[in-house]
Design a protein around this ligand. Structure first.
Ligand SMILES: NC(=O)c1ccc[n+]([C@@H]2O[C@H](COP(=O)([O-])OP(=O)(O)OC[C@H]3O[C@@H](n4cnc5c(N)ncnc54)[C@H](OP(=O)(O)O)[C@@H]3O)[C@@H](O)[C@H]2O)c1
Length: 232
């Protein structure tokens, strides 16, 4: 699908990768960009239309979808990362919090906007992560939620593609945002990630692997030392 003339909704658009998506959508000639944020006053980018959306609130997502029936591209970007794994102190609560945003948030927004996407023969872009393909004690809960989003995205594709909606999953390694500010590792820029994602979407790709690490990780899934098996 083309970004030019699309009507785009970006969740978590007030900062980080979501902000870069909103900027890149404007740069590619989107007709409208709805920048969704829990607090729309935090959306300061000129040229977008700020809208309120907490993705964990299904009623709010459905009400918004009734108001914004012209949306042709949804970018499920909003997400949270809490360090820790399933067996640590508070691990159950942390897993639930992250699932509420990272998995059920995507589901809430997609269920609300699916009729508009079908009506406009549009697109759905879900921001996943290399976390979907690895196991790591430091971020075990987050990685689990991203594996779930990968599965959800693939299942949404089965339902939506036959109805004319392009469904794309975006995977990438570290990106330089608030989410990774305490991590001293090489990072992609949010702008590079947004560009790679839109290039893939415009090329009709079902999956975008935005960096070398995500490409290597995907290629290694069938090997005995795959990272998801605990390999190094
Ligand atoms: N950064 C990375 O290295 C990296 C790598 C792979 C994938 N990702 C994924 O990329 C996406 C964006 O991450 P980021 O790095 O840009 O993170 P970020 O800088 O921490 O921004 C997260 C965004 O999500 C929003 N958000 C969180 N919970 C929300 C909710 N319940 N409803 C609506 N919005 C909510 C935040 O809004 P508030 O300002 O209100 O908190 C913020 O706008 C996430 O899905 C993340 O998992 C990130």
């Amino acid at each position: 699908m083309r970004i030019q003339d699309a009507v785009v909704l970006v969740t978590g658009a007030n900062r980080g990768i979501g902000l870069a998506f909103a900027q890149e959508a404007l740069a590619r000639g989107a007709r409208k960009v709805y920048a969704a944020a829990r607090d729309p006053r935090k959306v300061t980018l000129a040229g977008v239309i700020p809208v309120a959306l907490d993705v964990t609130n299904a009623d709010q997502a459905h009400a918004l979808a009734r108001d914004l029936s012209d949306v042709s591209l949804v970018i499920n970007n909003a997400g949270i990362l809490e360090v820790g794994g399933p067996l640590g102190d508070g691990g159950l609560e942390s897993m639930r919090r992250q699932l509420e945003t990272n998995l059920f948030g995507v589901l809430n927004v997609t269920r609300a906007f699916a009729p508009a996407l079908v009506a406009h023969q549009g697109g759905l872009l879900n921001v996943v992560s290399v976390g979907s393909w690895l196991a790591h004690p430091a971020v075990g809960n987050y990685a689990t939620t991203k594996a779930a989003v990968w599965g959800l995205t693939n299942n949404l594709r089965c339902l939506l593609e036959p109805q004319g909606v392009t469904v794309t999953a975006l995977h990438m390694s570290y990106v330089d945002t608030d989410m990774t500010k305490t991590m001293d590792v090489p990072k992609l820029t949010p702008e590079a990630v947004a560009k790679a994602a839109f290039d893939g979407l415009e090329a009709g790709r079902k999956e975008v692997l935005a960096d070398g690490f995500s490409q290597a990780l995907k290629a290694g899934l069938a090997t005995p030392d795959a990272l998801y098996l605990g390999g190094k």
